[in-house]
Design a protein around this ligand. Sequence first.
Ligand code: ZN
Length: 318
Amino acid sequence: MLVHAIGIDIGGTKIAGAVVTELGEIVEEARRPSPADDPDAMVDTVVEMISDLASRHEVSGAGVAAAGFIDAAQSTVYYAPNIAWRNEPLRARIEERLPGLDITVDNDANAAGWAEFRFGAGRIYSDMTMLTIGTGVGGAVVVGDRLLRGGFGTGGEIGHLRVVPGGLPCGCGARGCIEQYGSGRALLRMAGEIADAGGIGRPLAEAREKAGKLDGGIVGGLIAEGDPGAVAALRELGGWLGQACASIGAVLDPQIFVFGGGVAVAGDLLLDPVREAYLAHLPARGYHPEPEFLVAELVNDAGVVGAADLARLHADAR
Ligand SMILES: [Zn+2]
């Protein structure tokens, strides 16, 4: 019989839950609104969801994924940007209310990346780096079939890799992070600059005039239509991401880079400039096997599937 585990993915507006098989298949799903401004209600809701799902399935444990810095022991949320958790002993708080169930806590990007490694685009490799291009830039790193958590648990934060010394200020307090040059927000800034310059930027400028401002839907729509200005903005973005991949490659040497998040739906229009910039900045270029560059296969369920699989592995290791 297959061993099942529960995965919970805490987002800013909703909490997703699922019972997942060891093959990454979802057998039951649940969804609740996220009480993001009330940390105690958040714990209550997560406990209720796990308890409800566990009442109908035999499970080896439950994994909880949330945005934020989690300690290396998968127990404590040091800091969560969207929830009022500061040094929150989340695992202990859940376990004391669900005796007998093995609970693990992981960063949400790590959970999604792990799902992609186990069951998606990275499944045939041992070393994968995933970049999630949403509003910001998220990351997950797998080295030698293991998720890289780092000595303090906060490894794999690719978004804060510095690509421009003294560059644009970042929300993390530093300057010049790839998040400021390779994120969805950066794409809108680049599209706005191209719109300001006229020429190929005219359709972007017209769309901005009509809607009041550019957003992801407008720029994504123009990219899908092949609009030269919007595609140029995406190429600029891809160029920065490719440079970041070359730096990552020098340290981690992954066989595959996977791109997830809203911007990755552009597919080869994003991956081609990434690959070109990667090759142009690679140390010892021409003498190094070329890694794969692919878009993520698991889109909506990656967080819950990854969280469940990490919980199952944790329970197995005990
Ligand atoms: Zn930063």
